[in-house]
Design a protein around this ligand. Structure first.
Ligand code: FE2
Ligand code: FE2
Length: 486
């Protein structure tokens, strides 16, 4: 996944190193506090150097704060990066913050060893099953007189976005269904009342962006949901999800992603002006019908121009409605819309639109392409119809977990994809080879089928949380395949 580059000035590099070490020690101390009693030697050995470190930081920098934001941990102003060995430690700390809805944890000067010990034990072992985990935890800190520790609650937006993997998947399904209901409302009304409620659209797209930040792969997996009868509705939702995922990989910021999502939602709104007989016609369209169909770009742009709620609708949406059938070489349609360039949003939507359309069954399309076939067809048209650089990035994105991808599992194990699952419903459950155990030790593990379920609970035994960049973990996936062949 594309990551934004952090420009860290040299003065901060020392802090970064210290922060990383502090983070690893803090996480280990919490783990130990979950297992041993506070007077146990193992715990004491962990906590003393950690406390000394914290004291030094407070003396040197005057503050020591952990922030948890967008599933990322920051220490003071530095983003704490985890590597191959510290991944499971990051996971533990992130989980502890998330369960207690902590957005910020700070230590103030004057903190002593006892207070710190007490706090670590409390943080590691406090219950989180109440309705208000943050308030409960904060009350406990205050009643125990831990005065040099301060906490801030996760921002509501962050709370919504920092759910557990299973909750994120549930939320993803919910927002997908809500989007379908909303789009049905837009596309199935009588012509006069077909003005979309843009506030609702915008709120839905905001949720989609939040969820994509948490679990992009699952959201892309949802775009496999197609509906033959309600094509335009599902198509609009799918194109919107694909575009936002795509835009995120291109490094667009949150506001731009929301604008892109809205623009994609309504890219085909002009089809409301095309007679149903033409849209659903089984046979090839004749020239006249083709012309009428192609006019959906003008109809769409016109309709969006007329919408009053401009604050919820970006001007770019009008360009997308107009330009999403233009080719990279400026052919395509509308024929009389000629500019030297096509907007980035339109190029993105063009790719996502084409991909979703040719992988969906339609009255006039007997053979539906699978993802690989669709991508090969599009790659043949690279440069002419599609922007070649964008297409490459897109191909990388929708081939969700191609063979050789390094992935983190919900068990804490790392593994490499060895075989993709041909069933579309199981696109997120390939076969993987385990290469570390749960605590990060490298192993020559077995090959696991991720569709395997626990016979008792019926739950999947393992699931992928996210894909990782092999270079960062000093892993060469090719080594594992070469080893297999011997
Ligand atoms: Fe279109
Ligand atoms: Fe479309």
């Amino acid at each position: 996944m594309e990551e934004r580059k952090n420009h860290i000035d040299p003065a901060q590099k020392a802090l970064l190193k210290t922060a990383e070490e502090l983070f690893v020690r803090f996480s280990s101390a919490l783990k130990t506090a979950q297992i041993y009693a506070p007077n146990n030697l193992a715990f004491v050995k962990q906590i003393s150097p950690l406390f000394t470190m914290l004291q030094n930081i407070l003396n040197d920098w005057g503050q020591a704060q952990f922030h948890f934001r967008e599933n990322t941990l920051f220490f003071n102003t530095i983003r704490v990066k985890f590597d191959f060995l510290s991944f499971h430690k990051f996971k533990l700390l992130a989980e502890i913050f998330r369960e207690r809805e902590i957005g910020l944890l700070g230590f103030a000067s004057g903190l002593d060893n006892d207070e710190f010990n007490q706090f670590v034990v409390l943080l590691a072992n406090s219950k989180t099953n109440g309705e208000n985990p943050f308030e409960d935890f904060k009350a406990k800190i205050e009643s125990d007189g831990l005065n040099h520790i301060f906490l801030e609650k996760l921002h509501p937006f962050e709370r919504a976005a920092s759910k557990k993997p299973e909750q994120v998947k549930q939320a993803a399904k919910k927002v997908f269904i809500k989007s379908i209901v909303h789009l049905k409302d837009v596309f199935n009304k009588e012509p006069e009342e077909k003005m979309p409620r843009l506030r609702t659209s915008r709120r839905l797209i905001q949720s989609i962006v939040n969820i994509i930040n948490q679990d992009e792969a699952f959201m892309i997996g949802l775009t496999n949901m197609k509906n033959f009868d309600d094509y335009i509705v599902y198509h609009s939702a799918n194109v919107s999800i694909l575009s936002v995922c795509f835009g995120r990989r291109l490094g667009l910021d949150r506001k731009e992603l929301i604008d892109l999502g809205i623009s994609s939602f309504f890219h085909d709104i002009g089809k409301l002006g095309v007679p149903k007989e033409i849209i659903d016609k089984k046979e090839k369209l004749n020239d006249e019908e083709k012309k009428i169909m192609q006019r959906h770009t003008y109809h769409g742009a016109g309709k969006l121009v007329c919408l009053k709620d401009v604050s919820y609708l970006p001007v770019k949406a009008i360009y997308v409605a107009l330009e999403h059938h233009l080719w990279a070489n400026l052919s395509g349609y509308p024929k009389y819309w000629k500019r030297d360039t096509i907007s980035l949003f339109s190029k993105i939507v063009k790719i996502c639109d084409f991909f979703d359309a040719i992988t969906t069954k339609r009255p006039y399309r007997e053979y539906v392409l699978n993802r690989d076939e669709a991508l090969s067809l599009m790659i043949e048209k690279s440069g002419e119809e599609f922007d070649p650089v964008l297409l490459k990035i897109f191909a990388n994105m929708v081939g969700v977990y191609p063979i050789g991808t390094l992935v983190a599992l919900n068990t804490g194990e790392l593994s490499i994809v060895t075989e993709t699952n041909p069933e579309v419903a199981f696109i997120l459950r390939p076969k993987v080879k385990l290469i570390t155990d749960e605590i990060g030790n490298k192993i020559d593990g077995e090959i696991i089928d991720l569709t395997e379920r626990d016979p008792e609970t019926e739950e999947y035994k393992r699931s992928i949380i996210k894909s990782l960049e092999p270079e960062k973990y000093d892993i060469k996936p090719s080594d594992y395949f070469l080893a297999q062949e011997n």
